[in-house]
Design a protein around this ligand. Structure first.
Ligand code: HEM
Length: 115
């Protein structure tokens, strides 16, 4: 990638942030906060597009975001940090397509008959 291409990639418009009060989910809201460049730069430590990795390291990641030490080229605006912090406080939910997926899965399993 040339320098110009890399800069374009870094400056790609970010998806809309969740509205105030809207539940924050990893797939819809957290994952898109991380640019391909962030993901690639941090791949030596963890995968910023992986639910398991980001939830496991959420406290450390939030600490870096709040301190403004990551991403190294410039701190996130406060509203992006707030979205990450809301997600961590809400228990790091993964998806929103199914409102309560453990209940949903149990419901599905009930309908399955084996043999
Ligand atoms: C536990 C949290 C994190 C730790 C301990 C951490 C640590 C590091 C370290 C040691 C480097 C290499 C430093 C260097 O080459 O100068 C690095 C690079 C980088 N990290 Fe992180 N990081 C964390 C989270 C994040 C997050 C959340 C993002 C994005 C939002 C991010 C974006 C980057 C980028 C873009 C680079 C490359 C910097 C460059 O050379 O341009 N990191 N990180």
């Amino acid at each position: 990638m040339t320098g110009d291409e890399k800069r374009q990639q870094m400056d790609k418009p970010q998806p809309a942030l969740p509205a105030a009060g809207e539940p924050v989910r990893f797939e819809q809201h957290i994952k898109p906060l991380f640019r391909p460049y962030d993901r690639q730069a941090m791949s030596f430590a963890f995968d910023l597009w992986s639910y398991d990795d980001v939830s496991q390291h959420a406290e450390a990641i939030l600490g870096q975001l709040q301190a403004g030490t990551m991403p190294c080229a410039g701190a996130w605006p406060q509203e992006k940090i707030d979205v990450f912090s809301r997600w961590a406080d809400a228990g790091k939910p993964a998806l929103s397509t199914v409102p309560d997926w453990p209940v949903f899965l149990r419901g599905l399993a009930k309908d399955v008959t084996f043999g």
